[in-house]
Design a protein around this ligand. Sequence first.
Ligand code: ADP
Ligand code: MG
Length: 611
Amino acid sequence: MAKIKILDTLTTNKIAAGEIIERPVSVIKELLENSLDAQANYIEIEIEQGGLGLIRVLDNGIGMSREDLKIACQRHATSKITGAQDLENISTFGFRGEALSSITAVSQLILTTCERGSEVGNQIKLIGGRIDNISKLAFNPGTSVEVRNLFFNVPARRKFVKSLSYEAGLITELVTKYSLGHPDIRFKLINSNNIVYDTAGLNSVEDRLRDIYGQEMGSSFIFIDKEIFPGLGIKAWLAPETFNRNTRNQQTIFINGRLVKSMAISKSIENAYHTLLPKGRFPIAIVSLTIPFNEVDVNIHPTKLNIKIYDIEKITEQLTKILKDKIWQKDIVPNLQTDYIGQLKPLFNNNVEEQFFLEPEPFYNQEKINFSVPKYEEIVQEKAVSERDDLNLSEISSLTSKGEQQADKKTISIRDIPDLEPIGQLNNTFILAQNKNGLYIIDQHTCHERILYEKLMKKENQKDIATENLLIPISLNLTGKQEGILIKNILLLNSLGFIVENFGLRTFVLRGVPVGLDIINKEQFFIDLIDTLEENEKLTPAKIKESLLTLASCKAAVKANHKLTREEIYFLLQQLTKVDNPHTCPHGRPIIHHLSMSKLYKIFQRGEFIG
Ligand code: ADP
Ligand code: MG
């Protein structure tokens, strides 16, 4: 008996939906692109419950006739191509005729439409892909697609959906991004009866950038409009390097108006900023390429998020060059507040010393080397300082005058490393220390990072992370997606000491931060936290906390190339004696490297070292 059967249409549509409709935002993407193909210049998107309860996309495009409406929701029904020959030259967003059939397979759908010039419209209702009803009704020219109870018949898919605010965030992000690629079209997004985004009156990319990113950052984008090759044009809006993110999410790429992901183009944007941004930081940019239709293949991926560009290397090479030329014209990059990376406040509020030692002292300076043998009074002071458990190192200076009885001990013992005696600092980056077993090289950054991390971790476990109110609250302009993540994690952030208040449309105010979070650019830091939370979406709350604390301690820790005073070196080593794991930082990088006496003897061919 034959075992192979041709599957029925409802099943095949559901299978196709599995590829195309991953989550609510996938529906929005398909419907938006249909509205763009229908030449609409007004697109209104309404959602409820993160898009699971309701998605309605209404446009003022060309609409459909009653005949077309009847077949529009069937698989492979399209008005955009007529045969395989057209695949070489696709100028529309759609062409596979799969979106509406897929959406209807996994939802309850009502499609209402009226052709331009027609008096009367038509409406079709489908449930799980089956036609329920077709009727005539009065309707303005254009089309409305209403999708209810998405995935009502695919419980497995529903489980993949994250929190409703997260899904709503993805939708807001998609709509705002699309609005940057199509500044001539008005987009309006309504979430549970609240207008969250409306581009009415924002008729240029610049206007929209200001609305999305806030006045300061939104006004700082550099604009480029160039033809790379005949018929191949590029428009780009680049944020100065002072604004950057820890993910590639704020790189928005359009190819012929289609929002796509392209690692090759992302990389070429990053190459243009090369050396301006620290490792792990990504530029913010909108790049829109116009490429002859026959030089791209949009048919390599069901959702068309990835597309193939012939001759991509040639294009990216030129792209990097053009972007780089503009970015590196220094006078164009506004001289804004420097990013917090590498710009930590001096740990020590001893301004005289800061000025005095601006130039690093060479190590052969006899006086400096002397400090490897601290005087007794200094040890007493140090001990007093190290007894303090505060996160804020800048308090050390005020403490050094206090004396306290302590054991007659000139050295520090870190776990299995006894009697460590600081020697000094190497190139403002490593602490050098010795004991009878040899030389110890300590990475000042990972060392401080570990100390802060464990302190934060302990405080967090005791649930007493105190909040420091900011004298001047910081206003935050978030993207839709970031807003979703923030709202979802607000309690977690509160428990970590952050106080944030909503202040209107995607605007928030940061009023408090964890005590001792000694970072200049708190705004950037907070945005990074949110982006990190997004990346760690799959993790448990405990893990999220951990990664938050890792990030917090990394950002607050003293960086390389930072001169430390003798007191600070002592303080760091004393603190390191108290941590549970003095050997690696929270990211797993080593803190201490030991160069043993026997190793040194070997290097210098002194025979065997007998300790
Ligand atoms: P595709 O976009 O690949 O053609 P879809 O399933 O998305 O396939 O849509 C099927 C057809 O329905 C389209 O080709 C188009 O003719 C029609 N259609 C869909 N949405 C709209 C709309 N908003 N306005 C006018 N026609 C539409
Ligand atoms: Mg389509």
